[in-house]
Design a protein around this ligand. Sequence first.
Ligand code: PAF
Length: 294
Amino acid sequence: MQIVTTIAEVRAMVRAARARGDVVGFVPTMGALHAGHLALVDAVRPRARFVVMSVFVNPLQFGPDDDMTSYPRTLERDAAQAAAHDVDVVFAPSALEMYRRPPLVEVAPAAARSNEMALDAQWEGAIRPGHFVGVLTVVAKLFHIVQPDLAAFGRKDLQQLTLVRAMVQDLDMPIDIVAVPTVRAPDGLALSSRNAYLTAPERARALAVPRALHAMVAAWTDSGVTDADALTAVGRAVLAAESDVTVDYLAITEAERLTPVAAVAAGAVAMVAARVGRTRLIDNVAFAPPAAAP
Ligand code: PAF
């Protein structure tokens, strides 16, 4: 496995792979790899002979109050894990390599222009203004640089996945987006690079997040509650029972545009964002009929 830092180098490697007839798979990351990232690699590998992983902490998607400077940077360890998972090349550019100047052109979701309560303006978008412009801009740039046939994104960042899919459709990018199920620690916490910020007592309190989602799904499957407000109240009660867990949002939406629903049917999604200490956690689960539940 090679680590390259320039656009020219990764392009040359992808060109050579294509010349050999390889299908190119892509896993964009911000590094600090965990099993969730490696599941993305495993998801593209069966279809892709050549796998590129990017490791880039994208300044454009961090707001002034976000954790850009403290975001964990562990390139050496990341590269070792990527190599062990058969990644062919890690592309780890500098901020200057990616943004030779502040971009004059960005990829803005429609709502950023119209101020509507559309997909990017709610949930994460409402709390982190400009975040998804930063995400879509860097993902579009990375897609142009790598030109993959397929790229993997985790379901944990459901709104990001939904917007990347919308971008690929709206801008006619010939890339298959592979959605990969959330990977959880044995205690149920969804894996995230930001979990590294949690102290041991905070981590114990953070378990209220998956517990709240689980309680909502259980009330739907086991007790037949379908009213979204009632189910949300179940989740809120679980979160409120834990000290120092501040809820940014807890909602039940349909899965296509993440619009809130009043009555919950199979396929709806419970989404939550909460802060435990200084760590912000997001998570979601789908309501699925028992037979189809994972
Ligand atoms: O999900 C992430 O790690 C980032 O948002 C991504 C997709 C790598 C873009 O910087």
